[in-house]
Design a protein around this ligand. Structure first.
Ligand SMILES: [Zn+2]
Length: 405
């Protein structure tokens, strides 16, 4: 005999008694069949219910060959055929599923009503839900703009505020079900459940669905869209419903408040403060760029002057300039170097070797840096050697100078 689906009779039933029809072990999993159940098996894009059977955790529920299987965290000997057991539903998870599923129904119904969009795909993920809307029925709509999404969102929430009834009707045949104003063609031939939001003469949504839904739209709480993107000729709508939408926007407000506090702004003038801050940053960056250019120019001319009189190679250390700045200095002094010059970047223990090309800097680094556990490379004119410790740098430079004597 088929398991009685108590969740179809009363979607709010959180606890019930049932009799074990069978308990089996398959591939290390203990599976229990009951005469009746409050656990909804996976279906219609909705994940299964969990909870406990006789105090043992229910980890999965699915339907196979019209029979409902409960995967239970116990051994086959813990329960016996004919035993009466107490079923307890994880209500928080179920209600979350109900809010999300019903929110998806209403939003899909509104996209259909307003823009002739057909829901061709539904995903209920951990982080968000998506629906793929295909614009087919109203030729005036060829795209879904953000303003259209916002309108659909508002209309969806209006249905929620009106607290319209959500009525589930069951039909034995397709022909009977087709009398209702369905937004989507039926895929099943028999045993069809239709979920209708609002009056059947003019529903906000009417579609076939086997999932669980609250009895009124108001229980969905809210629906919030947060992204629209085009996807394979359709439009993917990212959204959340119910307590998930609420929690998401609580979190977003926290971020916004933190951002506002850091800019000494309220949420109303946040954008203006941010733009002003951004403009200041841009100005500071431009100034920094010009200052650096000037410092580099002066450094180049000072090195060239030193090289024209000094007998030993130039060695200079830098703390504030970056590695890129040192490369820029190296490029500008290349022509004037008699033999070799060393530019040391202190924060990264990096030695830049530069020459006019007669001495191969790249080869010098390749042959000698590894002696002091250094690494690096480069070309004839410019090469860099990077060391793990600062103390290797003078010894390395000494070694190179000896080579070149
Ligand atoms: Zn549904």
């Amino acid at each position: 005999m088929k398991t009685i689906e108590l969740f179809r009779q009363d979607v709010y039933m959180r606890q019930a008694m049932a009799t074990v029809k069978a308990i089996t072990e398959q591939k290390g999993k203990v599976l229990v069949n009951l005469d009746q159940t409050i656990f909804f098996p996976e279906g219609g894009g909705q994940s299964c219910d969990v909870g406990t059977i006789a105090g043992y955790e229910v980890t999965d529920v699915y339907e196979h060959d019209k029979e409902i299987f409960h995967q239970v965290d116990c051994s086959v000997d813990d329960l016996a055929e004919g035993q009466e057991v107490e079923l307890n539903l994880d209500w928080e998870r179920r209600f979350d599923n109900m809010q999300r599923h019903c929110g998806e129904h209403i939003l899909s119904g509104i996209f259909h009503r307003e823009f002739g969009g057909i829901n061709r795909g539904f995903h209920m993920g951990d982080q968000y839900m998506t629906i793929d809307i295909s614009l087919e029925e109203k030729p005036e709509f060829t795209t879904i703009t953000w303003d259209m999404a916002k309108l659909a969102e508002l209309e969806t929430n209006k249905v929620i505020w009106q607290n319209l009834p959500v009525i589930t009707r069951h039909f034995d045949t397709k022909a009977e079900a087709e009398n209702l104003p369905l937004r989507k063609a039926l895929a099943l031939e028999e045993d069809i459940t239709i979920v209708c939001v609002g009056a059947v003469e003019n529903p906000s949504d009417c579609v076939a669905c086997c999932g669980t839904h609250p009895s009124t739209a108001g229980q969905v709480g809210m629906v919030k869209i947060f992204k629209v993107e085009s996807n394979k000729g359709m439009f993917r709508i990212y959204f959340e419903a119910g307590q998930r939408a609420f929690k998401k926007y609580q979190k977003e407000l926290d971020t916004l408040t933190e951002l506002g506090n850091s800019l000494s702004a309220g949420t109303d003038d946040l954008m203006n403060k941010y733009k002003a801050q951004h403009a200041k940053n841009q100005e500071a960056r431009t100034q920094l760029y010009h200052l650096k250019k000037e410092v580099i120019r002066r450094e180049v001319s000072s090195i060239i002057k030193e090289m024209s009189t000094a007998s030993s190679p130039v060695i200079r250390h830098y703390d504030i300039l970056t590695g890129d700045d040192l490369s820029a200095i190296a490029r500008d002094i290349t022509e004037s170097i008699p033999k070799i010059a060393f530019l040391v970047h202190n924060p990264t223990n990096t030695v830049f070797l530069c020459s006019n090309g007669k001495i191969d800097c790249g080869k010098l680094v390749k042959d000698n840096a590894s002696i002091y556990n250094g690494k690096g490379g480069g070309n004839k004119n410019l090469a860099r050697a990077i060391f793990a410790k600062e103390e290797y740098i003078p010894t390395f430079i000494d070694l190179i100078e000896k080579h070149l004597r």
